[in-house]
Design a protein around this ligand. Structure first.
Ligand code: FAD
Length: 457
């Protein structure tokens, strides 16, 4: 590829930027990695090392029959820098992949600095380079100057807060309580699932919500909520009836079983086109995860057995409206030399960010070598994550929110199965489809003679 070789600038030496830079350089593409540390730090970053874990030292479950464990397995098969460093610095934590954080970041920093073709340049990037391919991997706490610069390039304001509502597994919702209906029969007439509440149930729920334990924000996350996106407990604090006139309003809905108008409803919106997971509309919250489970399962009718695929949260997060702005290869539609990776592209989590950095490296490598970009199959964790960022995993007008990897963004496996069986089926399907795709990532399929060498490269 030497004739077409172009140096890539990667901005941000976090989980996404380091993986992306390493995978590009390993494939012969020279990279300049620009990281503002140690000259400047976000309020959450403390160390000088690359790939710093700003909070927990856990990369979550390593069980390949969980969605995140499956992503671990896929990244291992791909020879990921981040997963390799995690395995080498693992500390005992049950089935979770937890790491000794200094060792983990140190190993990544060391590997990158000794990787041929990578140059590390320290200092804040305030303006994007005027030419050449650029990967923006500046994370949830992208510096202010770069945020303004990115807004100029993408043509819209970047999201600054992430207000995430819980997501529930469809088969855990009590369909003897929930009824399908849109307000006033709009749209398809039955686009939503509704959990009706009586007056007593509603006020009991409000009392629990107000008393429930909340997560205390970091100092730099001091709440500046958008009025249209307030946490439910903040609304409840404004008055016991606020939610009944807001996201829990019952207008335009009638319970077909009783023929009555409910006093209030919790509405659920389809999260994936297959309807295997449902989002609690307007239920962004700072309740602790334990309190969300306790209050929502005990005080919302129909959720007694609910399985939470994702919990509600609110935190500072800089990200773009990727489904509308990015092409399928994660480049900006209006300026295709710019790529977005990691949290700023609309994934959530350490491992997901690294995976996204890897995907960008593959797409960009394909472009620079004039070869076809073959994305991972949608049925793999890597493919599901890509489809989440590009919006393909969701209904067309779905408001984009960063997401962890969850089975809810995979093409659904339908049919009646126990939960464990379904997870095993997702995992087996992904494993088979990943193996067939690996050669497109420049990695020999399992069983091929070169496979062992490639993984340890
Ligand atoms: C307070 C907080 C707690 C979190 N806790 C967790 C957790 O427990 N588990 C989890 O999975 N995820 C957590 N996250 C999300 C986590 O940040 C991401 O999962 C992950 O770090 C994102 O990887 P990234 O590469 O996109 O960004 P980062 O890892 O943040 O890397 C971005 C890098 O870009 C650099 N940078 C920013 N602006 C510039 C600039 N202008 N010029 C040059 N460099 C720049 C930063 O210094 C940083 O090194 C947390 C996020 C925050 C903010």
């Amino acid at each position: 590829m030497s004739d077409q070789k172009q140096r890539v600038t990667v901005i941000g030496g976090g989980l996404a930027g380091t993986e992306c830079a390493y995978q590009l350089a390993r494939r012969g593409v020279p990279v300049v990695l620009r990281e503002m540390k140690p000259h400047k730090r976000s309020p959450a970053h403390k160390s000088d090392a690359l790939a710093e874990l700003v909070c927990s030292n856990s990369l979550r479950s390593d069980n390949p029959e969980s969605a995140i464990g499956l992503l671990h397995a896929e990244l291992r098969a791909l020879g990921s820098l981040v997963l390799g460093a995690a395995d080498a610095n693992r500390v005992p934590a049950g089935d979770a992949l937890a790491v000794e954080r200094e060792g983990f970041s140190g190993a990544i920093t060391q590997s990158l600095l000794s990787q041929r073709g990578v140059e590390l340049v320290a200092g804040e990037v305030e303006h994007l380079p005027s030419e050449g391919p650029v990967v923006i991997a500046s994370g949830p706490l992208t510096s202010d100057a770069l945020t303004r610069e990115l807004e100029r390039h993408v043509g819209t304001k970047l999201y600054f807060y992430d207000s995430i509502a819980p997501i529930l597994s469809a088969d855990s919702i009590d369909m003897n309580v929930a009824f399908r209906q849109s307000r006033y029969g709009k749209g398809g007439g039955d686009d939503y699932l509704n959990l009706p509440m009586t007056k007593d149930e509603y006020y009991r729920f409000i009392a629990e919500l107000k008393a429930g334990q909340k997560v205390v924000p970091h100092a730099f996350e001091e709440p500046k909520y958008f009025e249209g996106c307030l946490p439910i407990e903040v609304m409840a604090e404004r008055g016991d009836d606020t939610l009944a006139y807001g996201p829990m309003k019952p207008v335009g809905l009638r319970d077909p079983r009783t023929g009555q108008d409910p006093y209030a409803v919790v509405q659920l919106r389809m999260e994936d086109v297959g309807g295997t997971s449902w989002n609690m509309v307007g239920f962004q919250t700072r309740l602790t995860w334990g309190e969300q489970k306790r209050i929502f399962t005990n005080f919302i009718p129909g959720l007694q057995q609910a399985e939470f695929l994702r919990m509600g949260q609110i935190h500072r997060n800089t990200f773009i409206d990727s489904p509308r702005l990015l092409s399928k290869d994660l480049s900006l539609k209006t300026e295709p030399r710019l790529y977005f990776a990691g949290q700023v592209s609309g994934v959530e989590g350490y491992v997901e960010s690294a995976a996204c950095g890897y995907l960008v490296a593959l797409a960009l490598h394909a472009k620079l070598t004039g070869t076809e970009w073959v994305p991972p199959p949608a049925t793999t964790a890597m493919g599901a994550l890509l489809r989440h960022v590009t919006g393909e995993a969701h209904p067309p007008d779905y408001p984009h929110q960063p997401s962890n990897i969850i089975f809810g963004i995979f093409p659904p496996i339908t049919g009646r199965m126990k939960k464990a069986e379904k997870r095993a089926a997702y995992s087996a399907r992904a494993k088979q489809d990943l193996a067939a795709w690996l050669p497109h990532a420049g990695v020999p399929a399992p069983g091929a003679p070169e496979h062992r060498e490639q993984r340890s490269a």
